[in-house]
Design a protein around this ligand. Structure first.
Ligand code: ADP
Length: 397
């Protein structure tokens, strides 16, 4: 069976087409600048030259049709007819209080995705457009929604409730949801499998450190806590997001800069994090480079980022009354050898010891702790698309 995985953003659409017998990617690509001048499709097939096409894409519908065309094209296509697509798995940001597990899309699922527009204003509308475009382009092919909030929905009320008047939870479902759920689910399960963690020793902390960053604590693959909240703004310091701040900061900046709460939230989402602290870039590589060259604010941004990660790990060890494994994943977590060592050195009280040689490798599942380390430390590349494809397959089988 072959499954198409779609990840729709407000002006982009990423796709992977996966053969589920081998779990290999047969084709993947990206539509950029949907609804903006200069829309472009980039389509990649392993072993072939990339295919690029600059062509108007006024809507996600056009983008989906172009993807279908690319997949079935005589030269750079990989199937002869769209009927070879068994199902489409969609990454959906927010399933609200109603949906957590992956589900075959029907009218009620679409209604809930729509009801959650205000909880995921950038993503949920795009996710729904992607689903509706596939319904039109491939009538009868099942669409499956896999929610980014799914993993966090397993949290207990004591972990997900904000200590604000209870009526706001009842009226508006204001609670902590957590995001990057597909990644945390995939990586925590891979940690258990790859690390051969026996039953009763499956307390896992996953550090998903990318441009967006979050951390989760899980036991037996079930989420105990995770750092993002009602929206992805809470928790770790990220590329452009502040992570945790005292909510009073919002009012203070609004008053002193004479701007609206909306404007302050945009600043906290898009101009803060390591970009805001360093004043250099939201890309960790640039900020690490500047740090190495002696830039003081870059040094501060990196130190603050690592400190927040260490602080959350400490909190999650306490929340689970112990930890068996800590796993790093995503762009920074998978690639930044030095920061992993610095983070783990700050956790020496847990009896963590890093094998500096093993830590140098990249691009595969690795154990980077020494055999006598009290806590195992892993690097496991995340694969959200494969996780969505597996969930999709299990529903349509
Ligand atoms: P997202 O999916 O949230 O955009 P990614 O998981 O792709 O994020 O991670 C992107 C981030 O990873 C970027 O900030 C990039 O700088 C960082 N990154 C990639 N390689 C390295 C590296 N070798 N050292 C430090 N950071 C890296």
């Amino acid at each position: 069976m072959k499954i198409l995985v779609l990840n729709c953003g407000s002006s982009s659409l990423k796709y992977q087409f996966i053969d589920m017998d081998t779990e290999k990617v047969i084709a993947k690509g990206l539509c950029e600048r949907i609804g903006i001048d200069g829309s472009q499709l980039t389509h990649k097939v392993p072993g072939k030259e990339d295919f690029e096409e600059i062509t108007p894409m006024p809507t996600h519908q056009t983008a989906v049709e172009l993807v279908m065309k690319a997949l079935t094209d005589k030269e750079h296509g990989v199937i002869s007819d769209v009927s070879e697509i068994s199902a489409v798995g969609h990454r959906v940001l927010h399933g609200g209080n109603k949906y957590s597990d992956p589900v075959i899309v029907n009218d009620d699922v679409k209604k809930v995705i729509r009801e959650c527009f205000d909880l995921g204003p950038l993503h949920n509308p795009a996710n729904l457009m992607g689903i509706e475009a596939c319904e039109k382009a491939m009538p009868g092919t099942p669409n499956v929604a896999v929610f980014d909030t799914g993993f966090g929905m397993a949290m207990e009320p004591k972990a997900y409730m904000y200590a604000i008047p209870y009526e706001y939870y009842e009226k508006y479902h204001i609670r902590r949801y957590g995001f990057h759920g597909t990644s945390h689910k995939f990586v925590s399960n891979e940690t258990i499998k790859f690390g051969n963690l026996p039953e009763g020793h499956r307390k896992v902390i996953v550090c998903h450190l990318g441009n967006g960053a979050s951390i989760s604590a899980s036991i037996d693959g079930k989420c105990v806590d995770t750092s993002m909240g009602l929206t992805p703004l809470e928790g770790l310091i990220m590329g452009t997001r502040s992570g945790d701040v005292d909510p009073a900061v919002v009012q203070f900046i609004a008053d002193h800069e004479n701007i609206s709460v909306d404007d302050v939230l945009t600043i906290l989402n898009k101009k803060s994090g390591i970009l805001g602290l360093s004043g250099i870039s939201s890309d960790f590589r640039d900020v690490l480079q500047a740090d190495a060259e002696g830039n003081e604010r870059a040094k501060l941004a990196n130190a603050a980022f690592r400190y927040r990660v260490v602080k959350y790990i400490g909190a999650y060890v306490a929340a689970m009354n112990g930890v068996d494994a800590i796993t790093f994943t995503a762009g920074f977590g998978e690639n930044n050898v030095d920061s992993r060592v610095m983070i783990c050195d700050a956790l020496s009280y847990l009896g963590i010891k890093i094998d500096k040689e093993a830590n140098k490798e990249r691009g595969k599942n690795m154990c980077i702790s020494t055999p006598d380390s009290k806590v195992k430390v892993f690097v496991i590349p995340t694969n959200e698309e494969l996780s969505i494809a597996r969930d999709t397959l299990s529903l349509i089988k």
